[in-house]
Design a protein around this ligand. Structure first.
Ligand code: DGJ
Length: 726
């Protein structure tokens, strides 16, 4: 049993893999007792210590001055009724009041995991994999109910949480904040880790101690964003890659989000994650419910590595869906950095021919095949073929590509509209805008109002028509600007602040319908690279273009950082031309191959410009990828050397039976007459004897105790790979 409620002690205990999560009812309040390493089944009530805190932390019960909600660990904290820290939710009732408080009503434990409507979510394949707990809480003074849902996975250290706010009365309730999860840690000092970046420099790792006050990571951009990812971790100061406590918080959501954490005056840490409450409101009519997105909490006492491996397994096998979840993805060539907008049918067929000779399996036609699009200033929304470029239409091109023996993929940017487009002429009010205010442009484009059903229907039917018109095997779904002047022509004034969330729900509805209509098509998410690299997208599309930065050295940091929460199998990664188009760096094709090969692998350059020697290497890379793909996409990841801390990076993949491993090592700058450190491995079977591709034979104990000799590499930007077999 992963979840139990002890009626004698009023304690809920959720056991997920090697972790436990414990709550207790006290005076009707749901208190948080513990989250961490797995506990036994004893009574844990002693963990709750309530102390008198003085008049500035008022007490809810005048007869019982010894404790205050302001100092109590609360499971879903309220606002205004004596807990004066950050609340998990914030509502305004019809009389204008905002004070609220929740008391326990009932609970229910079920096998498996209840489905959420209209939102991406983690799922179970059988009832035995997990149990779920629903706890109903109610405000005693106002008609408000909150249902907290928890799913504990039996064999994974993961707890999935969400909340549902229900209006049980006859007047509307205005929701001003609705977090998915909140956790109070009464003791312990933590550091916080999150992923920050920018376009072409996504998901770099930052770590800093928490202090008093609140630290926040947030997106107000309408998408999860390049600059902060909907993920953070709390770790003990001594936590490393391999040791110590790590608590991950990840939100399955692609829009405005907020993670907050900090110490209160009594040294407790409150951590919270959910939809951003900035510029958010939701009018809840009588009888209606508001469902928050899911937050996935992962605990590890094996440091950050253990936390990441749980996220990888969960997201790879119980968030990603469809036939491509487990299938080997085709090695592709994308024409974007090869041609940009300057292509036609013959050029693409020529690229396909060259690709075929090198063993590449799919041609992806990127931006520029529709409307009058010869640059990025027009035609988004005009999803009809540019016959000047593609005289045979999509069907003709697809047929010629397939004649070469390749699969065929295509690019869309469904949520966008160019001012210079037929669609804009016909429907100027379909874009996101605020009446009588300037419409800011990004890349000369506006955003379609995905909160409108008519717009979503139009996009869905248009894309459906295109996917039916030709044998298309793959879709790259792009999204190239942040939202501004957020509002919808159809929403009444009192609902305008619902727009950002409605936009995401509309987008999800189109993604859900389209991916269900075309289950065989492989979808790849993209947002100017990694501007929407989040678990929400992974529910619909099993891979995402990681970054527009294709430089192998920049990718070390980007992919290493991304791997804190996301498996390598979800990271689109391509070998591109040199000098690199984003940063001008020149790297060897072998290094570019080794950096890209640990993701969803492909090429993005004019293959015709490769030398014979480079072509030979490409053929070898493709063959190697085929040989290693299962291990890379399904093996356990161990990060060995951190590119944020030094001149090298290394990571390895180990098969679940520990009989096979692949080790990738990258050196940034070459050092003359260098130190000769060993590369210590992880995750192997100590007793097994491994034969390595460098010709050596080593025991697991030797490899993990002493390590591999790193060869001397007298060149900048070099790499080396070992393949180990027991
Ligand atoms: C941004 C993407 O990240 C690129 O890979 C490419 O598809 C361009 N958009 C096309 O406009």
């Amino acid at each position: 049993m992963s979840i139990c409620f002890n009626e004698a002690t009023d304690v809920f205990q959720l056991d997920a893999g090697q972790s436990s999560y414990v709550m207790k009812l006290v005076g009707g309040y749901l208190m948080h007792l513990y989250y961490g390493k797995r506990l036994d089944g004893r009574d844990h009530s002693y963990m709750l210590r309530l102390a008198p805190r003085g008049s500035f932390s008022p007490n809810p019960d005048p007869q019982n001055p010894i404790w205050s909600l302001d100092a109590a660990p609360l499971e879903y904290p309220s606002y205004g009724t004596s807990d004066l820290r950050s609340p998990a939710y914030h509502v305004q009732f019809a009389d204008g009041s905002t004070a609220s408080e929740l008391k326990f009503v009932s609970h229910r434990i079920v096998d498996g995991k209840p489905r959420l409507e209209g939102l991406p979510q983690v799922y179970c394949e059988s009832g035995g994999e997990a149990q779920s707990l629903e706890i109903v809480l109610r405000d005693e003074y106002r008609p408000l109910e909150v249902i907290l849902t928890y799913t504990a996975f039996d064999a994974m250290n993961a707890i999935v949480r969400s909340s549902k706010i229900v209006n049980k009365g006859n007047d509307p309730i205005r929701i001003k904040k609705a977090s998915s999860a909140s956790v109070d840690y009464v003791s312990g000092r933590y550091e916080e880790i999150h992923l920050q970046g920018s376009w072409a420099r996504e998901r770099h790792i930052e770590r800093a101690p928490l202090t008093h006050g609140i630290k926040m990571i947030e997106s107000r951009r309408g998408h999860s964003s390049h600059d902060l990812n909907p993920f953070f971790a709390l770790v003990s100061p001594e936590t490393t890659e391999d040791f110590g406590d790590a608590y991950g918080y990840s939100l399955i959501y692609s829009g405005n989000f907020k993670g907050s954490m900090g110490l209160d005056q009594y040294g407790s840490t409150r951590a919270m994650i959910g939809i951003s409450d900035f510029d958010f409101e939701w009018l809840l009519a009588p009888g209606e419910a508001f469902q928050t997105p899911e937050a996935v909490l992962v605990y590890s006492n094996e440091g950050l590595g253990g936390m990441s491996r749980t996220y990888h397994r969960l997201y790879r096998t119980r968030l990603c869906r469809g036939v491509w979840r487990d299938k080997r993805r085709p090695v592709l060539v994308n024409n974007w950095e090869a041609t940009y907008f300057d292509f036609n049918e013959d050029k693409l067929v020529e690229l396909a021919k060259q690709a075929k000779e090198l063993g590449i399996e799919m041609l992806v036609m990127d931006d520029g095949w529709f409307g009058q699009r010869n640059d990025d200033r027009c035609s988004l929304g005009d999803w009809f073929v540019n016959r000047g470029k593609l005289p045979g239409g999509l069907e003709g091109l697809a047929a010629r590509v397939k004649e070469q023996g390749l699969k065929f993929g295509i690019w869309f940017e469904p949520e966008m509209i160019s001012r210079n487009s037929r669609l804009f002429e016909q429907h100027p009010d379909w874009c996101v805008h605020v009446k009588n205010r300037r419409q800011s442009e990004g890349r000369s484009q506006l955003v379609l109002d995905m909160s409108r059903k008519d717009v979503c229907d139009y996009i869905l039917e248009t894309l459906t028509g295109i996917l039916k018109s030709a044998p298309i095997d793959y879709v790259k779904w792009d999204f190239n600007r942040s939202l501004t002047e957020m509002g919808s022509a159809l929403l009444p004034p009192e609902r305008q602040r619902e727009f950002a969330h409605r936009f995401v729900l509309g987008t999800y509805s189109v993604m859900e319908a389209l991916t269900s209509r075309f289950p065989e098509v492989l979808f790849e998410g993209c947002s100017g690279g990694g501007g929407r690299f989040d678990p929400g997208i992974l529910y619909y599309m099993p891979q995402i273009w990681t970054s527009d930065d294709t430089d192998a050295v920049e990718r070390l940091k980007i992919q290493y950082g991304t791997s804190l929460a996301y498996p390598f199998s979800t990271m689109g990664a391509h070998v591109a031309a040199v000098p690199n188009h984003q940063c001008g760096r020149v790297t060897a094709i072998s290094t570019r191959g080794h950096a890209a090969m640990t993701g969803a692998f492909g090429y993005e350059l004019d293959l015709g410009k490769l030398s014979e020697e480079e072509k030979t290497q490409v053929r070898q890379q493709v063959a190697q990828y085929h040989q290693w793909e299962r291990l890379i996409s399904q093996g356990d990841l161990y990060r060995l050397q951190d590119p944020f801390k030094g001149n090298t990076a290394a990571w390895m993949f180990v098969s679940s039976d520990k009989k096979e491993a692949l080790v990738f090592y990258y050196q940034v700058l070459s050092v003359p007459n260098p130190e000769m450190p060993e590369l210590k491995l992880k995750g192997l079977d100590e007793k097994a004897v491994y034969t390595a591709s460098d010709g050596g034979t080593y025991s697991g104990a030797q490899l993990m105790g002493f390590g591999l000799h790193v060869p001397y590499m007298p060149y900048d930007f070099s790499s080396y790979v070992w393949h180990l077999k027991a």
